[in-house]
Design a protein around this ligand. Structure first.
Ligand SMILES: Cc1cc2nc3c(=O)[nH]c(=O)nc-3n(C[C@H](O)[C@H](O)[C@H](O)COP(=O)(O)OP(=O)(O)OC[C@H]3O[C@@H](n4cnc5c(N)ncnc54)[C@H](O)[C@@H]3O)c2cc1C
Ligand SMILES: *[C@@H]1O[C@H](CO)[C@@H](O)[C@H](O)[C@H]1NC(C)=O
Ligand SMILES: *[C@@H]1O[C@H](CO)[C@@H](O)[C@H](O)[C@H]1NC(C)=O
Ligand SMILES: *[C@@H]1O[C@H](CO)[C@@H](O)[C@H](O)[C@H]1NC(C)=O
Ligand SMILES: *[C@@H]1O[C@H](CO)[C@@H](O)[C@H](O)[C@H]1NC(C)=O
Ligand SMILES: *[C@@H]1O[C@H](CO)[C@@H](O)[C@H](O)[C@H]1NC(C)=O
Length: 531
């Protein structure tokens, strides 16, 4: 039975080669047939796992996190596959190889350029949503978490087990563990506890041969690569083992906003001399937007200092008084709460039950483009005024700059300890974001144009040689792999910006674990042999 199925496939594959291109409908049928055959004799139920464009659920599975208008997607996936078992993933790899189809792996679907659910060549989506179990070991202070879990689910589960254990990772609860942790993972505790990837102590990865490896069997090279270099170039990450961190039972939050009428520009300028040096327990994140002034009705800049202190308010106030008195923080601005409540607070959820952290699908988001930069010298006041002009060009709230302070424990890692190189010497990271609702082509172009102009305006004030970029804020403007030509030279243009010299070691690991470049996308690490 098995071997006749394979013979059939081989014949079929030969046929495809002879005919050159087959229609995508045919391709779809063949992939479906291949998978169905692979599932035969197991207790897998294809109707719970495989979704074709004819299934009602296909559409809703596809659109969870569109960053771009769908009209700009070159192709739709042949199938969306939501496996429950490892052997189903092995079958997907098998059929992809046989039919020359690409796989995009999706955990939470938040990729900034949609690389987990779009492609320019025929592809299937391997959606890991059903791999989402979490087991917390409070004695060891560790947790195994499967990649399809969201950060919200992870935080919720840890908090159910303990009041003083936590994990350091991103702010948005619907972000997926798979993409986030393999790409770094910065959050409100990162000055004290560094990145999510810095607390991975073991992992389960399926390689190109369908073998499941743990830290010991994959070796330290691959284990290094998936802690900041992303997963998508190397295999399919199934789970991470995390070292949990210890937090106080009460933390303090505040979100103080000042407009230009209340000296916002000077405060932002001053913040740059404070944010990376202040007490590690304190993270003062800064959001900048153009809003209508309540004073004169014209547009003004609103600076929000959105902050977490890992301790009580009576310890926080003297620190602020000594290091950043200009902000004028008072006790009334501050709220003490548990760490898990602070997760809701920073997610912008007020007075709801913790269960909202288990929602995987946020309301459909508007279209979006983001970019990032690293700042090593304070930006002068006149340049800040130039940024304000860019923000005023856009409708209120649609454009936002986020400044995330570094320093603290982030600086105590060497640049090559993990693939994430943005360590000592960085004051903060800037995230530029623009959101819009209209799917039209001219809207897309004008928003892209705006953010690219801003990015080019910023060049003199940010890191250089390379101009560093955070990998989890993926940006295809930096360069892409042309299909059929993933050259090392071409990839190093963007690779050095994300990873600096760690890029070379990532290429080395890729060459070792996936020399045929089976796991690839527009910005995946190329193997050396393909040069
Ligand atoms: C609203 C929003 C808020 C964010 N907030 C933060 C934040 O506070 N801090 C921060 O650091 N980042 C933040 N990010 C960025 C986020 O960390 C990245 O977009 C991350 O890659 C998303 O992971 P995901 O699993 O949701 O995405 P996906 O789109 O599923 O995956 C992202 C990439 O990883 C690959 N991948 C996913 N799962 C696997 C797997 N199991 N094995 C191999 N490869 C895999 C995908 O193929 C894709 O290339 C935010 C993003 C958004 C959209
Ligand atoms: C604004 O901040 C600057 C720098 O801290 C300070 O010199 C100035 O007096 C402040 N102005 C007002 C109106 O508070
Ligand atoms: C508001 O903006 C208009 C147009 O630029 C300007 O003429 C006016 O003086 C501004 N008003 C205030 C109070 O700043
Ligand atoms: C902080 O305040 C600003 C301005 O009011 C608001 O837009 C933002 O959502 C607030 N952030 C949080 C986390 O509450
Ligand atoms: C949350 O609930 C408390 C108590 O009911 C109330 O005092 C507070 O104003 C509420 N906060 C918000 C933001 O709704
Ligand atoms: C691949 O890209 C490199 C760098 O852009 C270029 O020099 C080379 O000619 C390309 N090779 C092919 C086969 O297109």
């Amino acid at each position: 039975m098995e071997s006749s199925g394979i013979t059939f496939l081989l014949l079929f594959f030969a046929n495809l080669l002879v005919l050159g291109a087959s229609s995508s409908q045919d391709h779809n049928k063949h992939f479906l047939q291949c998978l169905t055959e692979q599932f035969e004799g197991s207790n897998s139920d294809p109707s719970n796992v495989i979704y074709t464009p004819n299934d009602a659920a296909y559409e809703s599975l596809l659109i969870t996190q569109n960053r771009r208008p769908e009209s700009t997607f070159p192709l739709r996936p042949l199938l969306i596959i939501t496996p429950y078992y490892e052997r189903e993933i092995i079958a997907v790899i098998y059929c992809s190889k046989k039919l020359g189809t690409q796989i995009t792996v999706r955990s939470g679907g938040h990729d900034y350029e949609g690389l987990s659910y779009t492609s320019e060549v025929p592809f299937v989506i391997l959606d890991m949503r059903n791999f989402r179990s979490i087991s917390v070991n409070t004695k060891d202070r560790t947790a195994w978490v499967e990649v399809g879990a969201t950060l919200g689910q992870l935080y919720y589960t840890i908090a159910r087990h303990s009041k003083t254990l936590a994990f350091t990772a991103g702010v948005c609860p619907t972000v997926g563990v798979g993409g986030h942790i393999s790409g770094g993972g910065y959050g409100m505790m990162s000055r004290k506890h560094s990145l999510a990837a810095d607390h991975v102590i073991d992992a389960k990865v399926m390689n190109v041969d369908g073998q499941i490896l743990d830290r010991r069997s994959m070796g330290e090279d691959l284990f290094w690569a998936i802690r900041g270099g992303g997963g998508a170039s190397f295999g399919i990450v199934l789970a991470f083992k995390l070292e949990l961190i210890t937090i106080p039972e009460k933390v303090t939050v505040f979100n103080v906003s000042r407009t230009q009428e209340h000296n916002a520009t000077h405060l932002v300028h001053r913040w740059q001399y404070v944010a990376d040096k202040i007490d590690d327990n304190l993270l003062l994140r800064l959001f900048l937007r153009s809003v209508k002034s309540p004073v004169h009705g014209n547009r003004t800049i609103q600076a929000s200092f959105t902050s977490l202190y890992l301790g009580r308010v009576h310890h926080l106030l003297p620190i602020m008084q000594e290091k950043f008195p200009e902000l004028g923080l008072v006790e009334d601005d501050c709220t003490e709460m548990s760490w898990i409540e602070s997760i809701l607070y920073f997610a912008g959820v007020r007075n709801e039950s913790l269960d909202v952290l288990l929602d995987r699908n946020p309301a459909r988001r508007p279209y979006f483009k983001g970019k990032s930069d690293y700042v090593r010298q304070p930006i002068p006041i006149n340049a800040l005024n130039g940024i304000w002009k860019f923000l005023h060009e856009q409708p209120e709230i649609k454009a936002e700059l986020e400044a995330s302070p570094y320093g603290g424990v982030l600086s105590s890692y060497s640049k090559s300890e993990t693939p994430f190189p943005h360590r000592a010497g960085n004051i903060f990271m800037i995230h530029y974001g623009i959101a819009w609702n209209n799917p039209g082509k001219s809207e897309l172009e004008s928003h892209m144009n705006w953010i690219r102009r801003l990015y080019s305006y910023m060049a003199p004030y940010v890191s250089k040689n390379p101009r560093a970029v955070y990998f989890n804020y993926r940006d295809l403007d930096l360069g892409i792999n042309n299909e059929g030509n993933t050259s090392y030279k071409q990839a190093s243009v963007w690779g050095l910006k994300y990873f600096e010299n760690n890029f070379h070691r990532l290429v080395h690991v890729k060459t070792k674990v996936d020399p045929s470049n089976f796991f690839r996308n527009k910005q995946s690490i190329p193997p050396l042999l393909s040069e």
